[in-house]
Design a protein around this ligand. Structure first.
Ligand code: GDP
Ligand code: IMO
Ligand code: MG
Length: 429
């Protein structure tokens, strides 16, 4: 298979950025296909730490990076990220970055609406990143969005803006907010247009050319399958499809382009934001996982909730996303635990269940059934070969593979790029 599609197998923050960066040395193109700057992907290369939200992680190595049509693009966030990376020595030019001319834009009032809704929801809030992701996708599906290509036609934007603002003015009035200032918005768009347009391309064409020439395309998913708007813990999800199937539609390639689907899976579980989490730990072990794993959100700095590995959820994620193999990350965070628990099933009001139910009340009510396995006292941190892993750690990995019915292709043992064990090469599989 020439291509690899990387997706998150849990609730995001599984270490996708690290793995995409590692794999991008073998790729010719890296492409994002959904989400926006709600993502936070961390790359550690020597003493440099790169935090990417909107830009594909391949950009750090100078690999051609593409933002596909499935992404919602905040032009000002793009500019800020390009400048931030520039200050870290990563030069971003139209030779290294292409953005689909059909990407819908995230505008300032999308961000406002996201925050207004969250603030009005009290305990029922989703805990979004407040980046305007949901409202921007709503406008895309509602056929009201302003897209990248519109930036080259700002003089003709009037009727489109009227339609979009009429919708938002009504929503804003409901929150006691003034109407959108169209003149100010148009002026802001005029100021940023050329910056965005220098990168704008029909990226479907670039990618289909690359495919025809046998180039290797690496698709970089954001978020995780459990945050997928169809397959996740609805309504506590993001507003895009995060499964591997989106790689094709979100870039303009056919469904066979996905290639090897690599699910990135943390050796335990974390979640940031609200919603059900059957294996969540509110005790000292949960605290320990959070501290050892530095579980704080890359985008919002929020503390991530931590818990045991949930094999039922990951098995379901692998199934709905057609995962070929997984990268098991943060194994080192489990070092030194006497015992490790794995969720192997649920009980729902006394009934056994081997999948996650659809209804939010049932999702909140399931009780995990655990299997306990022995931990290991040795350190796995920084291991770069299978031979460097303690026997119990290998046993844990093998048990995970068995329970999720998917083989391990990579193991990650620290944030550092090279602290990665290759079991099965996704690019030559
Ligand atoms: P992403 O959103 O999936 O790209 O993941 P994030 O970057 O938000 O969160 C993963 C965090 O774990 C980052 O701080 C990474 O540097 C770090 N990380 C990735 N792999 C490993 C690993 O194997 N071990 C440890 N200890 N940290 C890791
Ligand atoms: P990466 O790519 C973890 C979560 C938010 C919230 C829900 C909806 O770094 O793995 P949104 O702003 O998308 O409308 O928020 O989704 N969320 C993430 N959680 N990692 C992410 O991205 C996330 N992107 C969104 O916390 O619960
Ligand atoms: Mg993240």
């Amino acid at each position: 298979m020439a291509n690899v599609t990387v997706i998150g197998g849990q609730w995001g923050d599984e270490g996708k950025g690290k793995i995409v960066d590692w794999l991008s040395s073998r790729a010719d193109v890296v492409a994002r296909f959904q989400g926006g700057h709600n993502a936070g992907h961390t790359l550690v290369v020597g003493d440099q730490v790169y935090k990417l939200s909107l830009l594909p992680s391949g950009i750090v190595r100078g690999t051609l990076s593409v933002i596909g049509n499935g992404v919602v693009l905040d032009p000002w966030a793009l500019q800020a990220e390009v400048e931030k990376l520039g200050a870290q020595g990563v030069s971003i030019t139209p030779e290294t970055l292409q953005i689909a001319d059909t990407c819908p834009l995230i505008l300032p009032f999308h961000r406002d609406l996201d925050a207004l809704r969250e603030d009005a929801s009290g305990a029922g809030k989703i805990g979004t990143t407040r980046r305007g992701i949901g409202p921007a996708y709503e406008d895309k599906v509602g056929r009201r969005a302003i897209r990248v290509c519109d930036l080259a036609h700002l003089d003709e934007l009037g009727p489109q803006l009227d339609r979009l603002c009429a919708h938002h003015d009504a929503l804003r009035a409901g929150f006691g907010e003034p109407p959108v200032d169209r003149a100010a918005l148009t002026a802001e768009l005029r100021q940023i247009a050329d910056f965005v347009l220098q990168f704008a391309r029909p990226v479907w064409l670039t990618l289909n050319d690359a495919k025809a020439r046998g180039r290797r395309i690496l698709f970089e998913g954001a978020q995780g399958v459990l945050l997928d708007v169809d397959h996740g813990t609805y309504p506590f999800v993001t507003s895009s499809n995060t499964i591997a199937g989106t790689a094709a539609g979100g870039t303009g390639l056919g469904p066979s382009a996905a290639g090897f689907v690599l699910g990135i899976v943390k050796a335990y579980t974390t979640r940031v934001g609200s919603g059900p989490f059957p294996t969540e730990l509110d005790d000292a072990i949960g605290q320990r996982l959070g501290e050892r794993g530095h579980e704080f959100g890359t985008v919002t700095g929020r503390k991530r909730r931590c818990g045991w590995f949930d094999a039922v959820l990951v098995r379901q994620s692998c199934a709905v996303s057609g995962v070929t193999g997984i990268a098991l990350t943060k194994l080192d965070v489990l070092d030194g635990l006497d015992e490790i628990r794995i969720c192997i099933g649920y009980r729902l009001r006394g009934q056994k269940m081997d999948h996650f139910p659809a209804h939010a009340a049932d999702q909140a009510a399931v009780e995990p059934v655990y299997e306990t396995v022995a931990g290991w006292s040795e350190s796995t941190a920084g291991a770069r070969s299978w031979a460097q892993l303690p026997a119990q750690a290998i046993k844990y990995i093998r048990r995970v593979e068995e329970l999720i019915r998917t083989p391990v292709a990579l193991v990650s043992t620290s944030p550092e790029r090279e602290d990665t064990i290759l079991v099965r090469d996704p690019f030559s599989d």
